[in-house]
Design a protein around this ligand. Sequence first.
Ligand SMILES: Nc1ncnc2c1ncn2[C@@H]1O[C@H](COP(=O)(O)OP(=O)(O)OP(=O)(O)O)[C@@H](O)[C@H]1O
Length: 644
Amino acid sequence: MPSSHEEILLEENEKDERDINTFRRLWKYIRDYKMILVLAFLTLFFAAIIDLALPYFIKYGIDNYITIEYKFTYNQETQTFEQDPEGSWVYNDKNDKNVLINSNTNEVKEVDESLVRGIKNDNIDKITTFSLIFLLVLLSGIFFNYGQVFFSNLLGQKVIYRIRSDLFDHITKVQYKFFTQNPTGKITTRIVYDTQNLSEFFSEVLSSLLKDIAILIGVVILIFTLNVRLSLYTVITFPIVLIALYFFRIFDRRAYDRVRTRISIVNSYLAENISGSSVTTLFNQEERKKKEFNKHSTKLYKARIQQMYVFAIFRPAMNFLYFLTLAILLWFGSQGVREGFATFGTLYAFTSYVQMFFRPLFNIAEKYDIMQNAFASAGKIFKLFEAKHEYLGKGIKKDLEKGEIKFENVHFSYNKDEEKVLRGVNFSIKSTDRVSIVGETGSGKTTMIKLMSGLYEIDEGEIYFDGVPLYDYDLESLRRKIAVVPQDVFLFSGNIIDNIRLFNEDISEEEVIKASKKVFAHDIIEKLPEGYNTEILERGGTLSSGERQLIALARAVLFNAKIIILDEATASIDVQTEDLIQKALDKIADTTTIISIAHRLSTVKSSNKILVVHKGLVVEEGSHNELMDKKGVYYDLYKLQFEN
Ligand SMILES: Nc1ncnc2c1ncn2[C@@H]1O[C@H](COP(=O)(O)OP(=O)(O)OP(=O)(O)O)[C@@H](O)[C@H]1O
């Protein structure tokens, strides 16, 4: 078992799924866009072919139009020279004179201007056609390169969009337990940053890395087709390049993992401490926190430096290998031109191909990191998809009519191997009962409330609503009839009216006002700057807890809740607002079952039934007077509060 937060993170990162499973799941998304994928591959293929063709074109130009030797034979009959590639007379432009030199005898002959003009015109025509074709190839190169970047990015964005919305949809359906085990920051990171990392897989990996690989393979094939002997000299360094890449991969992955882990540790440390900064200040913990943070920060710094070493060695090593290959090529290539086993054009093409071969290798380091990042993120995203969905009941019964609740021998623990929080709870509440649940802190009161809403599945026993087991209901419909008003009511961004009618535009403003009036929320809302149209900021932080509770009560009344469960605020509500809440409850008590977790025993007297919870059991129940007479747990709690 990992002991510290740091160890948990370390372990989590080691368990990254970079395996084939991640790719298989990603493929499920990609295959829905087969057409775009095919277009991305086709454009990538043609873009690579054109890139590879360009040096070949230039070689062709050099060999055929620049370094070409025009050869002739002498026709004895017509007494003229005729162009013939096998001929022994070679045209040479010497000292502004048009001469032909016999390569066998070195005899020199001046030739007629018209012969030369013909050759030159013919040559210019060919060069023009050649240049036009070259331009056309260049333009189609731009087209295919654009297409390749466009389609792979389009595919990426479509896939990411689907993953992101599926993920959000999934998160809204997972069990409540999931949110207590996964901090909000982590879930947000998955939806925002991890999907972003994954999208880089498409923009960087799919679009350029695959093309780079195609070019690497293409270069090797092309040079061997062009000139085997020169190729053999050129690839002397390639095995060393492969070995360098192999070691780089090992060291970079190690360094990268270390950095990523350190970043997550620093991030989570920051998140925790920024949200708890007021506590840090109140308890004078700044110095200790600073030291702790510096410790984490130093480890991140060291991990970064180690990563830098890997890069610092890899890049110059690749650079060295590149120039070494060029030097070897020039050495043997120049001999080749002299000895005739290579043309000047071929030598040019080889230098271009060597450059083409090494160029992606310089960037491969960064791309490799992006790829690792993307796959690690994809692994984490898909892991999140494994979280179980909430069971929403059999759906046999939909509506709650009366609002009766019964707990029958309910056992419950948050985690299977942990001690039970509820150990056989029994009680029943009649409709329109007004019940208070009391008990010392940690006794299980809130847990009972969570079980009533079906947020967790119980281990043993049964919970009934109107005599029907909880899971026979359609839980979504049941929850509409149970309104939970916590101490800290959450309000959505939007205005007050929408928060009361839960963004259901079918409910009119008049109905909202009527419900608000019933629970005394109307006057308070009217006093706000824009009344019912006041925008909610920061989850409703600009409203007091009491005001928010009144808004939640108005919502409960509007939706005709049969059961209202309140977690009574301890000290965060002023006396006037608390009084209003009590009056509001009095007004709806005859149509609704009201259950309150009472922290202050002074508020329980209005209840006709008090449940006393002690160490996971309901140990006493009755009215205030009955329980006082009993002189049991309630009596002790009451005395304790009043003595305090
Ligand atoms: N999500 C959770 N995971 C694990 N244990 C939990 C969880 N929530 C509560 N507990 C534990 O269950 C026990 C009962 O908690 P519960 O919140 O029900 O107590 P409570 O009576 O409502 O206390 P309080 O009056 O302080 O709100 C406590 O020991 C608590 O630590």
